[in-house]
Each structure stands twice: as structure tokens, then as C-alpha cells.
Write a protein that binds this ligand. Structure first.
Ligand SMILES: NC(=O)c1ccc[n+]([C@@H]2O[C@H](COP(=O)([O-])OP(=O)(O)OC[C@H]3O[C@@H](n4cnc5c(N)ncnc54)[C@H](OP(=O)(O)O)[C@@H]3O)[C@@H](O)[C@H]2O)c1
Length: 331
């Protein structure tokens, strides 16, 4: 039986935030499909995560050509759920994909050439069985390809009707400013930037957020929970079902040092004093910047999505709380 979406899914209108100076609103919490949606993951859980997110008002799902494993399978699996359960709701969804990392053998399956980006977009649309994506990203800058060529490919994706908006990911402030200028001249303004941003990695605070604010580009920080470190997940060891416990490709057990756990415990105590879970406080913390449109979370369990949306109940920080966080992070 196809899923019947909850009638209450838009009961919280303040969930939506304007993306930069564009006409598009995004939910303050968006769901990414980097982990937990590949062929290696449980099909029933994949479906439940997507449908519960949609029922809670999460309209934005973030993908990339290489998400899996195996690469591409997250898009295929997302497309299956979409067409089985949400086919009448395409116009309620913002679906993104990206190209930029190694995807297929040979010189045309990686980085930022026009050849790679446009072929990859066609492949993503085929895997998801879609006519267009809402946002198409250059996943990373390519030092060997002229920026004009990469941005020209993004603009072409929009002109050809295969994407509605374009975005940049992992570009530094200077690259972002140059790319934004080129895209503006091509008549396809940059909608959004997707950088890594969480309490343990604040690189974006050194220039990128300023460029985005000046240019009117929205910001969707990825890994706002530091892949689960900024949650209660690792407070008492490494659970077998956690990312570090069962899929240490990116979050390795050796990253979870005693010193880090000490900081996490101190942050957890502060979150409790605010009446929040640590995950909720970590999300509220990235959302405190007016330039940040939405926090791009991952989840392995429905309860995590529900918990994370609870962040919106307390987004404000006192000066004392912010100072206490700085002190913990400096320590
Ligand atoms: N553009 C890029 O280069 C790039 C790079 C990386 C990611 N991304 C995007 O960002 C998205 C999010 O990345 P991410 O998955 O690393 O984000 P994250 O939100 O920092 O971490 C998600 C993980 O944290 C744990 N978690 C989430 N909510 C929790 C809660 N309330 N309580 C306890 N644990 C909780 C879960 O870990 P367990 O699995 O252990 O339960 C979950 O898989 C990706 O899906 C992708 O769309 C983009």
C-alpha cells in the first residue's frame, strides 16, 4: 500500500526559512542520504526514514551521485520510495544531487568538467527516475578545470530544464565569490552553498559565511552533528549499531578520543540545562547564524529525526551559554 502522507505535515509553518535572497524556502532541518540509504542498508528502514521525515514537514532531501554504497544506490533507492509512496507529491519536494567526486572510471568521471557534470546529472535523473532535480551542485572545486567551464555546466543544467537551481559545495570563500559572479553573469544565480560546519569545525566562520551573506546565497551546513559525535551516541563507548561502530569509512573509532568525549559530556550537560538533547543544541547552534538556512542532518533511526526537529523549540542562546560553549570547545 502506498503511504498516506500525514495531513499535519505543514502544521509548523515556522519550520521554513528563505534560502538566501531567493524565492525558495527550505525546512530548517533537511535530510541527507549519504549514509543509511545504500543497498547495504535495510530497505524497510530506508523507506520509513524518508516517509517519517516527509510527514514531519521535511521537504528537502539531499543526495549525490556517489552516495551508497555502492555509489549511486542511494539515488536508486530514494527514487523507488518516491515513486512507490510519494509520486503525487513531487511538487512538495526539494531534491538535490551533486557531481564532483570519483564516480566512474576514466578521465570523465570525476571533478568539474562540463563532460562529467552533465553526464552525471543525466545518470542521477535516470537512477531516481526524475525529469529534473531541484538543486544541482558542483560537489567540490576542481583546481584543473576553468571555473567558467564548471559554472557553465551548472547554468546549462538549468537552461536545459534538468535542474531548477544550482549550488556549490566545499568551495572556499574566494572560489565562492568568483563562482557566484560567473553564475550571476550567466543568469543562473547561485542558490545555496553546502559546507561542513559544526562545533568542532568552524572553518566557515573565517570568510565563507560573510561571502554568502553579501551574495545573498543560502547556506546548508553538512554534518552539523559531526557525524554523530555531537549527540548522546558516544557518551558511553562506541555502540555496535553506530556509524563509528559499523561503518568506519569516515568516522573512525580513533577520532573518538577521551579528550573529545570529555568535551561532548560537558556540552551534553549544557544542553540538558537548556532543556535540550545535545543533538538539538548542536543544531540550534549552527542555525544561530542568520546566513544558515537549514541544517543538513543524517539519521539511522526515525527517533533521531524526531529528536532533531525538536531543536526548533529552543533556537535562542544567551550570551552566557555561547560563552560556555566557547570555553568547552577551546578546552
Ligand atoms: N557536500 C559534501 O561534501 C557532504 C559531505 C558529507 C555529508 N554531506 C551531506 O550531509 C548529510 C548529513 O551528513 P551526516 O550524516 O554526517 O550528518 P550528521 O547529522 O552530522 O550525522 C548524522 C548521524 O548522527 C547520528 N544522529 C543523528 N541524529 C541523532 C540524534 N538525535 N541522536 C543521536 N544520534 C543522532 C546518527 O548516527 P548513527 O548512524 O551512529 O546512528 C546519524 O547517522 C549527508 O547525508 C549528506 O547529504 C555532504
Amino acid at each position: 500500500m502506498p503511504h498516506q502522507p500525514a495531513a499535519s505535515r505543514y502544521a509548523q509553518p515556522d519550520l521554513y526559512n528563505r534560502c538566501g535572497r531567493s524565492g525558495l524556502k527550505l525546512p530548517r532541518v533537511s535530510l541527507g542520504l549519504w549514509h543509511n540509504f545504500g543497498d547495504v542498508d535495510d530497505a524497510a528502514n530506508r523507506r520509513t526514514l524518508i516517509l517519517r521525515a516527509f510527514d514531519l514537514g521535511i521537504t528537502h532531501f539531499d543526495l549525490a551521485n556517489n552516495y551508497g554504497p555502492p555509489p549511486g544506490s542511494a539515488e536508486t533507492n530514494f527514487g523507488r520510495v518516491l515513486h512507490a509512496d510519494l509520486t503525487a507529491h513531487r511538487d512538495e519536494l526539494i531534491i538535490s544531487s551533486k557531481a564532483g567526486y570519483d564516480m566512474w572510471p576514466g578521465p570523465y568521471g570525476d571533478f568539474g568538467s562540463r563532460k562529467y557534470l552533465l553526464a552525471s546529472l543525466d545518470q542521477s535523473l535516470k537512477r531516481m527516475n526524475l525529469g529534473y532535480v531541484d538543486i544541482f551542485y558542483s560537489h567540490r572545486p576542481d583546481p584543473a578545470t576553468p571555473l567558467e567551464e564548471t559554472m557553465g555546466a551548472l547554468a546549462h543544467a538549468v537552461r536545459s530544464g534538468k535542474a531548477l537551481y544550482v549550488g556549490l559545495s566545499n568551495y572556499n570563500p574566494e572560489q565562492t565569490a568568483r563562482a557566484a559572479k560567473i553564475l550571476r553573469e550567466l543568469g543562473t544565480p547561485c542558490l545555496i552553498h553546502q559546507p561542513k560546519y559544526h562545533m568542532f569545525d568552524r572553518t566557515v566562520e573565517h570568510g565563507l559565511l560573510d561571502v554568502l551573506a553579501q551574495e545573498g546565497i543560502g547556506c546548508i551546513p553538512f554534518c552539523p552533528l559531526a557525524q554523530g559525535l555531537l549527540t548522546n551516541r558516544y557518551l558511553a563507548g562506541i555502540p555496535a549499531d553506530s556509524r563509528a561502530g559499523h561503518d568506519p569509512r569516515f568516522l573512525k573509532p580513533e577520532h573518538i578520543t577521551e579528550a573529545k568525549v570529555g568535551q561532548i559530556r560537558a556540552l551534553d550537560a549544557l544542553a540538558k540545562a537548556r532543556g535540550q538533547s545535545l543533538a538539538q543544541m548542536a543544531l540550534a547552534w549552527v542555525l544561530r547564524s542568520p546566513t544558515v538556512t537549514t541544517a543538513l542532518i543524517g539519521a539511522s533511526k526515525v527517533s533521531q529525526i524526531e529528536d532533531n526537529l525538536g531543536a526548533l523549540k529552543n533556537l535562542a542562546f544567551s550570551a552566557g551559554e555561547l560563552a560556555a560553549i566557547e570555553k568547552i570547545l577551546a578546552g
